[in-house]
Design a binder for this molecule. Structure first.
Ligand code: CU
Length: 147
């Protein structure tokens, strides 16, 4: 499995280099039990105004853009977002408790240490494919993982 992850990463590299959008710190949480839902997070930085329109992954049947809304009673719920605007030079961070990429109908469990591909479609920059490492089930981000 490690070998496969490494070759996928190499494949994804040239596409990353050509894009005008910088994707940093992509990561996902390992699946809990048999859940077929997952979430992926990353930071997007663009030199131009752009908009994330769509996300796909071979690991998931469907990827949705989700935001989090908190009502007057303090109860949070996830809401669908039709697109994610990116202002020039301002990083947009998707993180737990905030906006995220919801992975629906996972083809199989996301195991810690694995990597899967995510293709992001932007209005201006076009398609961009990144390799997403799977961290532990309780991880809060890639920097916390390695002290
Ligand atoms: Cu969600």
């Amino acid at each position: 499995m490690k070998l496969l992850a490494a070759s996928l990463l190499t494949l994804a590299m040239p596409m990353v280099a050509q894009a005008e959008i910088l994707v940093t710190d992509p990561w996902a949480r390992a699946s809990i039990l048999a859940s077929r839902l997952g979430a992926a997070y990353l930071t997007l930085t663009s030199s131009e105004a752009d908009r994330l329109l769509q996300v796909t992954s071979p690991a998931a049947g469907h990827v949705m853009l989700h935001g989090v809304e908190t009502n007057a009673a303090g109860v949070s719920r996830m809401v669908n977002i039709q697109g994610l605007d990116i202002s020039p030079g301002t990083p947009v961070t998707l993180a737990p408790g905030n906006s995220h990429l919801m992975l629906m109908d996972l083809s199989r469990k996301l195991e810690e240490g694995e990597t899967f591909l995510l293709t992001l479609v932007f209005e201006v920059a076009g398609k961009l494919t990144v390799a997403v490492p799977v961290l532990g089930p309780g991880a809060m981000g890639p920097t916390e993982e390695r002290p």
